[in-house]
Ligand binder design. Structure first.
Ligand code: FEO
Ligand code: CA
Ligand code: CA
Ligand code: CA
Length: 636
């Protein structure tokens, strides 16, 4: 997620922000990449792509079969519509407001209510996962689409005719956020359709869904509020950005920019440590209006409520009556996504980015082993384990630093009284152990064959000094890190490399800017979507989806496959197991900096948007939607 709201408030809050190594880009190339080919100049604005790496894995890389992409790259640009290559087809699968049940109301943006919205597809879809039906099937033609609804944009959601009160809007927004689980089926023409009367269809909303809590912080006093004295029962989840599907068939959804909902900090008790700690989440720079109508978002009234958000939430899509669980063992931060694998040792391992300037990359290792025959037991794998934060070193190695109470300085002298504190304040724990502040860690994906970890560092325009893993100052176009695990995800150290640097499109054909969501397709090829935010006007290219070459002499080359309409972001992407369909989330069409587009030249509103994609009907606002891409039955 990146829009004007975030530009205002998404500040660097880590006090260690600039307190890092002083290493120039040239130093890094000299030390670590000198054997490799470097294209282009060394200036920050004309940053080049480094091909290959320092980690020894490059030998493996050159031995890897080069997997090419055979589509014809689409032109860069900005306009009202989506674009995709010749020979492919794009259809809208589902859009904001579409009814999720046979008896749910049709979308009428001029007569919306919270109860209607709670039975319709939510706003600003982001992460997409697909749970096959039946569970575990390899080439299913039916499945449960699991979709995040990240954040509300009041001026794009509601008519400005005064028909709705502030409280109405607040309730509808909360009903529009959270998650959708929707059964989808593929027809003989390879097109997917929503099964509207499926018993699996379900909304999980910020407004009303009960969610339980487990792990070290469950029930802790810092999670208790006047409304929930147990500290174990939380209403709702929101700011659900990216996520992940687990090997045991559940859906993980991650709470990111939680600060947006929390207001009235200036009247809160400044001596309350929770209020001071809330500032590490950027609270106070911007908030929506929810706190005016519900005291749980008012930091003066309910200072602990913010501790109940910022978690990874697990949902079982196969059981529509199941209660989602917030797993405190995975730490609290602005969670972007959560990618889980089963290590060869049998333990579940999760990788997670914390998306804010100068924040950290995390890894979780389960205490129990995965049991392919016992799904019920697997549902607790994320309830207990060990959390680590990443430290990148100048010798091309990196270490995973354990975040366990009593170890590595996580002691009472440093403000930690228990493992619950370590989890609630995972960012502060990361500071103390010496994790490396990164350039906004977004999505993380695990290569399905060689186990390498790819980490999108979307950008960091606030970086004044480089560090080893973030060498570029004023890093407005981001980069992608690669960690070579040698398929040993329990190892305390690994080697690492930079796969690519984002670039100003046009300097090098096909370079992407501001990588965000990542996914591998059925051929183990990497794809990356972008979130340039206001930076799109610097590239002259809307956000899109790129095919990224990870091996061979074109390693690091990114080729544009899909482009979003003006002001939109391309967020979640999901391939079917047979790779014959690609689902893409198009988020916030018409929202970002449409005043900078010559074709419109002004800020968009509900009644005057820069595009009315995807309906293109007068009086229908632009609608965030899921697009399906197919290729006449062939693999993407
Ligand atoms: Fe919601 Fe980090 O993107
Ligand atoms: Ca983003
Ligand atoms: Ca994102
Ligand atoms: Ca992903």
């Amino acid at each position: 997620m990146q829009n004007e709201i975030v530009d205002i408030e998404d500040i660097a809050v880590n006090p260690r922000a600039q307190n890092s190594y002083t290493v120039t880009l040239s130093d890094i190339i000299e030390r670590n990449f000198s054997r490799r080919v470097v294209m282009g100049g060394m200036g920050a604005a004309a940053m080049s792509v480094l091909i290959g790496g320092c980690d020894g894995a490059e030998k493996n890389a050159s031995e890897m079969p080069v997997k090419s992409f055979d589509f014809e790259e689409i032109p860069h640009g900005v306009d009202e519509n989506i674009h995709f290559p010749k020979g492919y087809e794009a259809d809208i699968l589902i859009r904001w407001g579409d009814p999720l049940h046979a008896d749910a109301p049709n979308f009428d943006p001029y007569a919306q209510s919270a109860s209607k919205q709670a039975r319709q597809f939510g706003f600003n879809n982001d992460y997409i996962g697909l749970a096959p039906l039946p569970m575990g099937s390899e080439n299913a033609s039916s499945g449960l689409l699991c979709v995040n609804h990240e954040y509300a944009i009041t001026h794009m959601m509601f008519p400005d005719d005064g028909s709705l009160s502030g409280k109405d809007k607040s309730d509808i927004e909360q009903a529009a956020l959270g998650n959708s689980i929707v059964e989808v089926k593929r027809d003989k023409n390879q097109k997917w359709h929503v099964v509207q009367d499926s018993p699996f269809n379900r909304r999980i909303t910020m407004l009303e869904t009960p969610i339980t809590v487990d792990g070290p912080a469950a029930g802790h006093q810092r999670l208790q509020t006047p409304q929930d004295k147990t500290g174990r029962n939380i209403t709702g989840t929101f700011q659900n950005c990216a996520g992940g599907m687990t090997p045991w068939g559940t859906y993980l959804t991650c709470e990111e920019n939680i600060n947006h909902a929390f207001g009235n900090i200036n009247h809160a008790d400044q001596n309350n440590p929770e209020i001071q700690k809330a500032k590490r989440f950027g609270v106070g720079k911007y908030s929506n209006n929810w706190y005016k109508y519900d005291p749980r978002f008012d930091l003066k009234a309910t200072p602990n409520e913010i501790n109940r958000f910022g978690w990874v939430v697990e949902i079982d899509p196969y059981d529509p009556t199941s209660q989602p669980v917030k797993h405190t063992a995975l730490g609290r931060c602005k969670h972007e996504g959560c990618s889980v694998t089963i290590d060869k040792s049998g333990y579940a391992v999760a990788y997670m980015g914390d998306d804010q300037h100068f924040e950290y990359l995390y890894k979780f290792v389960s205490k129990a082993k995965y049991d392919p025959k016992n799904r019920k037991a697997n549902l607790s794998l994320l309830s207990e384990g060990t959390l680590f934060a990443a430290q990148f070193n100048e010798d091309g190695k990196m270490n995973w630093l354990e975040l366990t109470f009593g170890k590595n300085g996580l002691t009472p002298e440093n403000g930690f009284a228990s493992q619950a504190d370590v989890m609630i304040d995972a960012r502060i724990a990361g500071d103390i152990v010496g994790a490396t502040p990164l350039d906004r860690p977004e999505d993380v994906e695990i290569h399905p064959e060689n186990g390498r970890i790819y980490v999108s560092l979307t950008k960091n325009e606030k970086r004044k000094e480089g560090n080893i893993a973030n060498p570029r100052t004023d890093n407005i176009f981001g980069h992608i890190l690669e960690i070579s695990t040698q398929n040993d995800h329990l190892a305390q150290s690994a080697t690492w490399d930079i796969l690519l640097f984002g670039d100003k499109t046009g300097s090098y054909k096909g370079r992407l800017a501001c990588p965000d969501n990542l996914a591998f397709d059925g051929q183990a090829r990497l794809w990356a979507s972008t979130d340039q935010g206001s930076a799109w006007s610097k590239t002259g290219n809307s956000d899109g989806l790129y095919a990224v070459t990870t091996e061979g002499k074109e390693r690091g080359y990114a080729k544009l496959f899909f482009r979003s309409p003006v002001g939109a972001e391309t967020t979640g992407l999901c391939f079917t197991k047979d790779s014959k369909t690609l689902f893409i989330s198009v988020q916030h069409p018409s929202a970002d900096d449409t005043d900078k587009w010559d074709g419109f030249g002004r800020k968009s509103t509900f009644s005057d948007p820069a595009t009315r994609w995807p309906d293109f009907q007068a009086n229908m606002p632009p609608r965030p939607s899921v697009v399906q891409i197919t290729r006449k039955g062939k693999m993407i």
